[in-house]
Design a protein around this ligand. Sequence first.
Ligand code: NAP
Length: 331
Amino acid sequence: MEDLSTLNSFGLHVNAKSVYRIRSLADLRSAPSDHALILGRGSDILLTDDYDGNVLVNCITDTRFSEDGDFNVVRCGGGRELDSLIGELVSRGISGLENLSAIPGTVGAAPVQNVGAYGVEIGSAIASVDYFDLDRREFGTIKGEDCGFGYRTSWFKEHPERRLFITEVEFRLKKGFHPVLSYKGLVDTALDTPYKIRERVIKLRREKLPDPSVVGSAGSFFKNPVVGEDQAALLQRSYPDIPLYPLGGGRVKLAAGWLIDRAGCRGITHGNAGTWDKQALVIVNRGNAKPHEIVALAKYVSIEVFRRFGIKLEPEVRIYGRRGEITWDQI
Ligand code: NAP
């Protein structure tokens, strides 16, 4: 058995049969993949138990740059740290992903969650995703427009039965500087280069979020709920300061962190698990937490939010049990 505490960003001590580090397509073909769990840096997952199988860790990091008319084309191995890629893009003067700076995790994990921050989602820059299907034992490619990108979700996330190991992602980034500065903290005309935006985003994240090298977490634990305009209006009547973000089409996004805070759950602790006092949406391992403590705390938070606001929080993290991915309602 091998300990996975360094392979999940919560730092939870759970075990798997064996861990295989995949550095090439040849490694992938020869790895024992039956029921294998695929991990990048394990930064958006909650392992609730020992895993009854092997783990394949994506360590494919090759990156190639080219140009196609008005676009910079970047092909990047799925095992590269997303932030390392963004740092290189910015240093080459390539704009488009700087708002996603300092998000923990790999390039290969990013399309699964369609990671997003400060008004930018990675799916908008993805031209295609190359994969190896662990069950069919074949390589394939999915075009960006077929990836089903949605709010913190994608076709990959919605089809966990298709165990696809993402080997490479192709990004197409329009040449020139196209800043997205609509979020608080970025509304500032002095942010006139991708580098300055990246520095600002890193600063904002450091102020609000735990340092991943010190405190274990999976970033935002829950998604921001989306409700209809009528429900949003009712909530606003009772809570005039509630932040509402209209999405169009009669839908309104709420801030899960605000709901958790107002439900009295910011900075609370259960055993060695807790919610972060500067951003209640982040559940942290305060030191040697057990999976059941994280689960119990998350359930408590979602019950309290439901009791107070009648809103059901859905986890953003993916949850795994002994045999693979499980749903929030199964635990
Ligand atoms: P915040 O300012 O406390 O705002 C709370 C939420 O309101 C955010 O999650 C954001 O939704 C939404 N929001 C804020 N300003 C908005 C605007 N101008 N237009 C539309 N929606 C707006 O947020 P925060 O915790 O500091 O996070 C800032 C950004 O970093 C957010 O985009 C957040 O998603 C991202 N972030 C991501 C993770 C992660 O683990 N993936 C962790 C922390 C922060 P959205 O989340 O839909 O943008």
